[in-house]
Design a protein around this ligand. Structure first.
Ligand code: AHR
Length: 664
């Protein structure tokens, strides 16, 4: 949330403050001086043919196998109303001055009823309140109840089974059955219907399924629960799920999981971000309140202005990792919350340190440990493999300066019990060398063009780097092609320096594009209840993540137009080689509107005559994808003919390309 520079957290416009180090690639790019033909975009090719020499047999650095991953938190309705497939909004009936949010009284025909929050009764200690429906008049044909509007509607698809449940009790067993229906907003037609019997005077959970027939998929639907008898009915935890990814109960949206899978992410940083910290200590991500049955999760207020269901709890994050074969990068709460509340290092901090130790045990412990047994009880006896633990988030914003002490206390306790874990600090420390430091960048494309050499000259004896949040912030709700160019340029620098930068994750990852869904512009993937799309930046990530080698070979670029002092380079490249697969990946980014002719020389390389070209190209930096036009910009694949020791290739203006070359 903070929008100013402090410590290593860099925001747009601030990189001018950084001493630039134009090294290696860019220095070479400056060596040619011939100007380009001064005509419009895509019509001209620069007079100079640049030369890229690649010594495939001369590795110069290792590429981290974990370089690209995902960063996530509850922001922009990322989980509730997003990845977490729950269709019912405000399923535990929270309210404000205006009443119970997202629920509406339902009175069919002559039925009469009123609804309100009842703070005196609920199905569990965690959910000690409920919805009270007082029905004064109703019969089988004239039912009364409530409807839920969903997260900007509910996606209903043809021939699909939806699984639902709710907790209920009534003032008498005479209440009779509860009718549940998925109803189309426009036609009023019930597209799936079930009758639930057995509601008595004690709280009990009921399950139901709704099956749809032939229909046109739409998000314009809602859920109704109604009764045909006078009396009082209490409801809580009303839930409805569509089929989920890998059929997980309490699981994830299939389309979003598939989009993330296509990025080949190697790790998941969770649960935030500001979401880890909360605005107040009492609103931190308190992991113990996010595990076990949903009815035992009290929900909590997130710093992004809405309440989290905590349906996405610690175990769900881990299962998300499991499903996409990502390593968990667990961020533990470290005693600082956003409104400048902090816990003093020393005895006051001990309970929080213990919480982190318990959390690590929940993730990694055998079933013979207290928290490992708890995880088994929650349905996952198998421990998860954990390598990275981040201590806090953006602690440079803690004006008290307490982070040094807090980090040291967590470090000592965690290392004592788990010496193999790599511990990440959220800012550089004066008193000790952390295993890794998390750097964040939110900038404009021009800043990334200028700063893509940032890590070229960073001391290799210092801590390893995790670029835990970064993005070119141009375009809303999702980045446009200009942003994708900034991102791609930045990623060439990450790959070149991946001996140092071992992990990097774009942020934020997800946004619900409905009005009110967005708290932060430029999010990688957009969606509504029914549809989703990848931004141009998303496709840049897919391209970079899909084609990443294990080493960088020696390379040299000559003949690209010189950049005057203070000017901004516009051509970038990265070459990585997968030693096991014997493949070379040449990434080329042309942020200029003019095409760049290139001779690629690979002395001594024996390559298959046909390679592959994956290209993402636009006619304007403002070109983008939207929820209604989701595939205006997608990478195109073609055969790259004439591959040999010399390849003549022209990179069109405004292009991001990957050349896949196979060694014979
Ligand atoms: O990504 C959005 C926010 O930016 C994160 O929550 C926070 O860590 C950073 O300030």
């Amino acid at each position: 949330m903070p929008l100013f520079i402090l410590g290593r957290h860099l925001f747009e416009g601030d990189l001018g403050m950084i001493k630039k180090t134009f090294a290696q690639g860019v220095a070479l790019m400056m060596s040619a001086l011939i100007a380009c033909i001064p005509v419009g975009a895509q019509t001209a090719t620069k007079l100079t043919t640049a030369k890229l020499t690649i010594h495939a047999d001369q590795p110069v650095s290792k590429v981290s196998p974990t370089l690209y991953g995902l960063m996530t938190e509850e922001i922009n309705y990322s989980y509730d109303g997003g990845l977490y497939a729950e269709m019912v909004r405000n399923r535990t009936f929270g309210g404000d001055w205006s009443g119970i949010l997202h629920w509406v009284l339902l009175e069919y025909g002559s039925a009469q009823a009123k609804i309100g929050e009842d703070r005196a009764t609920g199905p569990s200690k965690a959910l000690g309140h409920s919805l009270k429906i007082e029905v004064s008049k109703a019969d089988a044909e004239n039912q009364a109840g409530v409807l839920n509007v969903g997260y900007w509607g509910m996606a209903v698809r043809p021939e699909t089974t939806y699984k639902g449940s709710f907790f209920a009790k009534a003032d008498s067993a005479e209440m009779g059955p509860v009718t549940v229906a998925l109803v189309n907003n426009q036609s009023g037609k019930a597209e799936g219907k079930a009758t639930v019997t057995g509601v008595g005077t004690e709280w009990k959970q009921f399950e139901f399924t709704l099956k749809t027939g032939a229909l046109e998929a739409s998000a314009q639907n809602h859920l109704e629960l109604s009764v045909g008898h006078a009396g009082t009915l209490w409801l809580s935890l009303v839930s409805l799920f569509p089929p989920t990814y890998h059929d997980r109960p309490n699981g994830f949206r299939v389309d979003l999981m598939e989009k993330m899978a296509a990025m080949h992410p190697q790790f998941l940083r969770f649960p935030g971000g500001n979401y880890l910290e909360g605005n107040h200590i009492s609103e931190r991500f308190d992991w113990k309140k996010t595990i076990g049955p949903l009815v035992d999760r009290p929900t909590h207020m997130s710093p992004w202005g809405y309440r989290s269901t905590d349906g996405m709890g610690l175990l769900e994050f881990l299962e998300w990792c499991e499903d996409l074969k990502m390593r968990p990068l667990l961020a533990v709460y470290a005693g600082y919350s956003l409104s400048q509340e902090h816990v003093k290092p020393g005895p006051d901090l001990e309970p929080y340190v213990q919480d982190a130790l318990d959390e690590i045990e929940y993730v990694t412990g055998g079933t013979d440990t207290k928290w490992g047994a708890e995880r088994a009880k929650d349905g996952h006896p198998e421990p998860f493999k954990l390598t990275y633990v981040e201590i806090g988030n953006e602690d440079n914003f803690d004006h008290s300066g307490s982070y040094e002490g807090r980090y040291a206390q967590f470090y000592k306790a965690i290392k004592a019990k788990y010496p193999e874990l790599q511990l990440i600090a959220t800012m550089p420390l004066k008193g000790m060398k952390p295993d890794m430091v998390d750097d964040h960048y939110y900038v404009r494309a021009q800043e990334f063009f200028k700063d893509q050499t940032h890590y070229d000259k960073i001391d290799r004896n210092g801590p390893k780097i995790f670029v835990g949040e970064w993005a070119t912030r141009e375009g809303a709700p999702t980045p446009n092609f200009g942003a994708a160019l900034g991102d791609a340029a930045w990623m060439t620098g990450l790959e070149r320096n991946s001996d140092l930068v071992v992990m990097a994750s774009y942020a934020p990852l997800l946004t619900n594009v409905n009005p009110g869904g967005l708290q932060w512009d430029t999010d990688l993937i957009g969606y509504d209840a029914l549809r989703s799309y990848g931004s141009p930046s998303y496709y840049a990530q897919v391209m970079f993540g899909s084609y990443l080698g294990s080493e960088t070979p020696a390379t040299k670029l000559e003949g690209v137009d010189a950049v005057p002092d203070g000017g901004v380079p516009k051509f970038f490249y990265s070459v990585t080689r997968d030693a096991a697969k014997k493949k070379l990946y040449v990434k080329l980014v042309n942020a200029s509107t003019t095409a760049q002719a290139l001779e690629i020389e690979l002395p001594g390389a024996k390559l298959a005559a046909d390679g592959k070209l994956v290209a993402l190209h636009a006619h304007s930096t403002q070109s983008t994808n939207t929820i209604d036009h989701p595939t205006q910009l997608v990478p195109a694949e073609s055969v790259l003919h004439g591959v040999g020791e010399k390849i003549s290739h022209t990179v069109p203006g405004l292009s991001i390309e990957v050349l896949v070359l196979e060694e014979k």
